[in-house]
Design a protein around this ligand. Structure first.
Ligand code: URA
Length: 235
């Protein structure tokens, strides 16, 4: 016979599979919690773990961020996939391998950049994050970016770009142009998600074009000429 706990988990999984994330009492984190209680990356991680969302009952691990906490470039993905969920580290699956290759092609590696996602929990079945889930975590994403304080934020894919820019435009329209958003000092460059390129390799040309724009920015801004390596695994 099922216990009450098992039944509750089953119901929560059903809601999460259906993309419902507002069964909690909060639709979004109160700005005062984010402003007053979150003063460091460690605080942020702790608050993220306590955010009331059914997603966490379906996931194995929270995936926070990885890389150089003094990085000048931050890569923002959508949400963990199966491998990331298993390891608790962003972009360690197939998409991550493609990202690593693109970084190497412009002379960077994971120790020089910082990588995180819009959602820290894997949505069941890798479905696209819902509008409510994005709204719930966006204030924490902004805080995350402000602690790293990069000069460039690269949004990987339409979900990350639309969430950060609060735009309804698709990635085809947004990609390849530096832009800005209120509350973030960094320049923002949307590009394709590596998973999309695995499905549509013909778009790798545009992706490469965007990476060359990053390289150009690095060279013209003197980024990384004085950056120390301070790698942490915050996951
Ligand atoms: N896709 C993402 O958007 N993020 C990850 O961490 C892995 C795959």
């Amino acid at each position: 016979m099922r216990t009450d706990f098992e039944n509750a988990i089953k119901v929560l999984k059903w809601f999460a599979d259906a993309g419902v994330s507002d069964v909690s009492s909060e639709d979004a984190l109160s700005p005062s919690i984010v402003e007053n209680d979150v003063r460091s990356l460690e605080d942020l991680k702790r608050v993220m773990e306590t955010v009331d969302t059914p997603l966490k009952y379906c996931a194995q691990n929270m995936v926070f961020g990885v890389g150089n906490i003094e990085a000048e470039i931050l890569f923002l993905g959508e949400a963990p996939g199966a491998e990331e969920d298993k390891q608790g580290i962003p972009f360690v699956g197939q998409s991550g391998q493609l990202l690593d290759k693109a970084l190497a092609a412009i002379g960077l590696d994971r120790e020089a950049v910082y990588i995180t996602n819009i959602l820290p929990w894997r949505p069941p079945g890798n479905r696209t994050p819902s509008t409510q889930e994005i709204a719930l975590f966006r204030p924490l994403v902004l805080k995350h970016i402000s602690f790293i304080n990069p000069r460039i934020v690269v949004c990987l894919g339409g979900t990350a770009a639309k969430a950060l820019l609060q735009s309804s435009d698709g990635i085809m329209r947004l990609r390849g142009r530096f832009t800005s958003v209120e509350g973030i000092a960094a320049k923002i460059l949307p590009t394709f998600h590596p998973a999309y390129l695995l499905r549509s390799p013909s778009q790798k040309r545009e992706f490469w074009h965007d990476f060359l724009a990053i390289q150009n920015e690095i060279e013209s801004d003197g980024i990384y000429s004085d950056c120390s390596t301070n790698v942490v695994q915050l996951s």
